[in-house]
Design a protein around this ligand. Structure first.
Ligand code: HEC
Length: 164
């Protein structure tokens, strides 16, 4: 089985395992945007705070925050996930997870770079690439270039699969 096929099989297996999962993985990227529009007028992400108290602060109207009760539980989770990882992106969290879980496909650990519209990591030992563009995850195996760039589904579904 080629490396590409192994990863494709993994995708199908993961999709079946998650099935009609209702829970939505938290998104650092969405949280960054939501923080900017809902919190940044009063807080800075660099404040040392127990951000996990956000829901209770809204419920108890701490500091007049009660009006933020329009935020959904998912939005609050996105915001607190962002605050815990203010310098990471969803793509980087996913790449880090993939490297840790599939070292035989993606080695050694790499850093992200922009390449032809993709955010990409190149793995010199396995001679493979992972990348994201427009919220989609892609894989390229330079050992089998004829297979082309393989789409693996959305970043958000992968974040769910990874439990990130
Ligand atoms: C209108 C201003 C305002 C906005 C907007 C606001 N806060 Fe606050 N927040 C406060 C004030 C004032 C306090 C209480 C005083 C303090 O601790 O500095 C506070 C306290 C907190 C606390 C500490 C609660 C505790 O019990 O320890 C957290 C966590 C927090 N805010 C998170 C957020 C998040 C996340 C957002 C955006 C969803 C947000 N706040 C939006 C003004 C605001």
């Amino acid at each position: 089985m080629t490396k590409k096929l192994k990863l494709a099989a993994l995708v199908v297996a993961s999709a079946c395992a998650t099935g009609a999962a209702v829970s939505q993985a938290a998104s650092v990227d969405a949280g960054k945007t939501a923080f900017a529009s809902n919190c940044a007028s009063c807080h800075s992400p660099s404040e040392r705070r127990a951000w996990s108290n956000t829901s209770s602060a809204i419920r108890k109207n701490t500091g007049g925050m009660g009006y933020l009760s329009y935020l959904s539980a998912t939005e609050v989770l996105d915001i607190t996930t962002y605050l815990a990882n203010p310098t990471t992106t969803d793509a980087d969290r996913l790449f880090n997870w993939a490297e840790a879980n599939y070292p035989s496909l993606l080695a050694p650990r790499a850093t992200s770079q922009s390449l032809a519209g993709y955010l990409v990591r190149y793995y010199s030992q396995t001679n493979t690439y992972v990348g994201t563009a427009n919220g989609q995850l892609y894989f390229f195996d330079a050992n089998h270039p004829a297979a082309g760039i393989v789409p693996l589904g959305s970043v958000s579904s992968w974040l769910n699969t990874a439990g990130l």
